[in-house]
Design a protein around this ligand. Sequence first.
Ligand code: PMP
Length: 785
Amino acid sequence: MNAAVSDAFGETLAEDAPDVSIAEVLVILGRHYGLTGSARPLPGERDHNFHIQTESEGEFVLKVSHPAEEAGFTDFQNKALDHIMTVDPALPVPSVRKSLEGEAQFMVSVGGSAPRVVRLVTYLPGQLLSRSPTSAAQDRNLGIFLARLGRALRGFFHPAAGSDLLWDIRKVAKTRPMLAYIADARHRAMVERVIDAFEQHAAPVIPGLRAQIVHNDMNSYNVVMDASRPEMVSGILDFGDMIHSPLICDLAIGAVYRWPAEGHPLAPAARFVAGYQSVQPLEIEELGILFHLIRARLALIANIASWQAERFPAKRDYVLRLITEVWASLERLDGLSSAEARRYFLDHSKPEQMPVSQPSPASASADAERALLERRARLLGPTYRAFYRNPIHLVRGSGVWLYDAQGRKFLDAYNNVASVGHCHPRVVEALSGQAATLNTHTRYLSEIILDYAEKLLGTLPSHLGHAMFTCTGSEANDLAIRIAQHSSGGTGVIITDFAYHGATIATAQLSPAAVGAKGVPAHHRAVAAPDTFRDGGRAARDFARNVAAAIDDMRAQNIRPAALLLDSAFSSDGIFFPDGSVIREAADHVRKAGGIVIADEVQSGFGRLGQGMWGFANYGLEPDIVTLGKPIGDGHPMGAVIVRPQLVSSFGSNTGYFNTFGGNPVAAAIGIAVLEVIEGEGLIENARNVGAYTGALLRALQSRHGMIADVRHNGLYFGVELTAEDGATAAAKTSSVVEAMREDGVLISSCGPRGNVLKIRPPLPFSRDNAEQLAETLDRALSKW
Ligand code: PMP
């Protein structure tokens, strides 16, 4: 081998370290750690590593560094592991066991060599990824794991992070002289092409990318998987290649080892990237060069391994252990253009439909769940209820999926709050970007709140000219009632008899679903909800007449009507979509009596009903005030009141309005992102189409299950009313169905005054596949009776 090559590649890698004997290891263990046990050597490239079984403290790995390794570099690793433990304690990485002197590392002379750094770290049990069967879930979980590791390291720095490292993808061109060691001319030409392409397409982009300290070596010998569940990551080893590098290089390295078995050569890598993006979204420039980085890493392995094999014949088998896969991968990727690869990643690495997540060791057992429930009761008091007999401990959400602490995946067919999908990357990015820039309140001038108000008002009828911002739907309804009472001079509000409108005093008093009929004060009136099913839909037909009668009744008691307040989906009443004419007629009665009409769109707004943005529009109603909440912020505390300008002119001058957090710049950024996602992803259309498909599937179940009395829906909002031979048990059976679905991996709930209506309102990106899973699961749940 030529001398120039050896100099360029560094002594640490080139020279084999003198052996360390088991006897020496056991002496170190006793003298420096006060531990006794047995030791056996583990394979390693530079360090000498030993598996240690102690008699008192379990398993460890004793690491004796190469004599040329600087103590600063191992200090870097120790501190990085400490940092990870602080930021993400549930992330399984080795932890450093200090010596009797309290040191994370120390120097000893072993094997007759110069002093070498010794460290003891905990052993991570499991099966090496290289020996574990592969699966799509495994690809994604590895991506999630690496992203978590990256996030845990992003606030960390150490001076050794700038060291020159042979395994630095950015420096692949420096290994060109190693091409001479590749025996096969075709292989050699292929690697050369990869390096040329890297220099042309990736190298110019790299200096502009975000960089941090990264693990830099997620190869299949450095990751351990759960032996009984090989898709679950048990830990990552060997932090010896960490450097400060573009974040995307870390991902490219991990992606290399997702060897394609069949299908598209980038399919496993794309799943890996999707997993990564569910935790840490990538930037377009990063995705743009990923293909080149993956190939550059393969070229690096090919070059270095070919060189090492010749230089260290005794280690030939070890250094060439992956070479067959490397050539196969390079060949398969050689057939792809860079544009095709870029497109493939853009199309196939979206963080959707993610299966199993990482288990959090602290919460994996039933005991831990019980402890959580007890702690919850002790700290939060008796008013909080948990869904389901067997409550769910959720740790992550993505799109229509939720994941519990054991890694179980649930199809979310209930949460309309995360309406554009759980943790939508665009919303998360808008939130974090604005939170990192400025967050004040509405008393300073700011464009973003105006941009948001303009965009939001643009989705509503033009007579509604002002937007006022709150933090919740309750606050929105509370403010709407204040405005209604102020502008009309009246006090009485008409609601439906099992409505829910909020949790403030004023709105709770208008929420018989929460406070009961007796909790509604004497100046308000609760009328029968427009039930389209019972008694052949009589209450729906009579709705306007009932409102008129309530007004007469108020008047008879000298109460001036202020407003009619209606949830456009009549959610807690049991989910009804009556004919628009009765709603319009009821509104006319109220207006004639001097009151105004408030459309509560907290449940029905933002495209859920599939016809347009707003539920009231389905009735042909022109409300005076529209109140918004839940889906407005994809899970973030936001609400709004949209109002006819003339209604607030005197309220504004007499009272004014300020809400510390409502409409702040972060909320505005989120609100804009939500509207853009609804539009950009065609979610209203999706609600309409998938809603119709789901409705048909649910109705088809009706012929198989006599228990289904009625299926009603609009877009992606469904009420499935269940009966029982004995009416009194319908609620219990409904609840059992909800519980059975939960056990079977689909989340729904129930509603209605009799508790016998299945309430189904999934996030809007719900797909036909999701609909089929929902219907099949419901079919199974109903078959139990
Ligand atoms: N209106 C309706 C129709 C609702 O369903 C709710 C909440 N369930 C509210 C208002 C109150 O919203 P929040 O919980 O955000 O205060």
